[in-house]
Design a protein around this ligand. Structure first.
Ligand SMILES: Cc1ncc(COP(=O)(O)O)c(C=O)c1O
Length: 365
């Protein structure tokens, strides 16, 4: 049989496959241990699990799994819009917020265009751009902080989308409201600005980007149920934008892109204030503990604002392997051009303490 590579779209030759955090089951198989012994701090998931209200709603929704989902996402979109003080026409659901990123590619990118993001940005933007034969320009991020003045300087006549992950993953740093205001006052409305706010609910005093939607600017804000709501396994997120942008994006999506179980779970999770509050409390406490321990151990880290911290360990790949043998999964960052670093998600306090204990053993070796 001949290879199909000569038939495949040429840009796919250079397209790296997204490398997710290593899975618990896979690690348990490799180490021949029970999966319950493995601690996963690799994908910025909710350490407390899903909202119990979401689990209850999903169990009930299973009874109707023979029916197609509501493709319009009527109830969930209505609830999200009400919570944000916007209208249902301002919201689109995605199979994870990653799918909304893909809608943006279908809607706005053509071969030869440019997209801009910061250096060390969430990698999916670059994967999307490559898949669409589009160049990714990475504006410099000195000290791992996003610099929106550098982003403005990087704009070319071919720039169609600018991705601003806020906070960014994996660096964990935040762009301030002042920097956003300055940027928005200078950027052209011929470019769609994407504020990726996957970790929004973890922030104290988060920036207000929805105000630009009310002002009818060409922006889209991305949020997700994968992080603080604890529903990463369901794949559900959303985009918020002016109605004409949302209308364009709807044309690019499949009819039933978000399944009925995910819609039911997300609807219940949205209002589970107790679960949100407790998750934020555990994450705030855990992040403070981890950062204090890193400082005491004289391990360099980038002060973070969400549920993960990026740590300079000299050789991220080697540390990842050593921790893996101690049944702890973290995320090496070679693919982000950060081979010295690993990213650790904040876990429960018990998990955080085990991580620090293992790190002390490993670093002594
Ligand atoms: C910055 C950022 N954006 C988007 C996502 C994707 O989230 P989702 O699970 O909603 O596709 C992630 C997930 O890690 C992320 O870190």
């Amino acid at each position: 049989m001949t290879s199909v590579w000569h038939l495949a779209n040429p840009q796919l030759h250079d397209l790296a496959v997204y490398e997710p955090g290593k899975q618990i089951e896979e690690t348990a198989r490799e180490l021949a241990v029970d999966p319950s012994e493995i601690i996963k701090l690799a994908s910025n998931e909710n350490p407390l699990g899903p909202s119990p209200k979401a689990v209850k709603a999903m169990r009930a929704a299973l009874e109707h799994a023979h029916l197609y989902p509501d493709g319009s996402g009527f109830y969930l979109i209505k609830a999200i819009a009400a919570k944000l003080g916007l209208t249902p026409k301002n919201v689109i659901l995605g199979n994870g917020s990653n799918e909304v990123i893909e809608f943006l590619g279908h809607a706005f990118l053509n071969p030869g265009d440019d997209v801009i993001t910061c250096q060390h940005a969430f990698i999916v933007y670059k994967l999307l751009a490559t898949a669409f034969s589009v160049r990714t320009i990475e504006s410099p991020s000195p000290d791992y902080q996003q610099n929106l003045d550098a982003t403005l300087e990087a704009i070319t006549p071919k720039t169609r989308l600018i991705f601003i992950p806020n906070p960014n993953n994996p660096t964990g740093t935040l762009v301030s409201q002042d920097a956003i205001e300055r940027f928005m006052s200078r950027v052209s409305d011929n470019i769609i600005i994407v504020f990726d706010e996957a970790y929004f609910e973890f922030l104290d005093g988060p920036p207000d980007t929805l105000r630009f939607i009310r002002d009818k600017r060409n922006i889209i804000v991305l949020r997700t149920f994968s992080k603080i709501h604890g529903l990463a396994g369901l794949r559900i997120g959303y985009g918020i934008a002016a109605p004409d942008i949302i209308e364009v994006l709807h044309k690019t999506r499949q009819p039933f892109n978000v399944n009925s179980i995910a819609q039911a779970g997300a609807l219940a999770a949205l209002d589970d204030e107790a679960h949100l509050r407790e998750t934020k409390r555990v994450v705030d406490e855990g992040r403070a503990y981890l950062q204090k321990q890193f400082a005491e151990m004289q391990i360099r880290f980038v002060p973070a604002v969400a549920n993960f911290v990026m740590v300079d360990v000299g050789d991220g790949g080697a540390l990842f392997e050593k921790l893996l043998h101690r049944k702890i999964i973290v995320r090496p960052l070679k693919g982000y051009g950060l081979p010295q670093w690993v990213r650790v998600s904040v876990g429960t306090m018990e998990e955080n303490k085990k991580l620090i204990g293992a790190l002390k053993e490993v670093i002594r070796v």
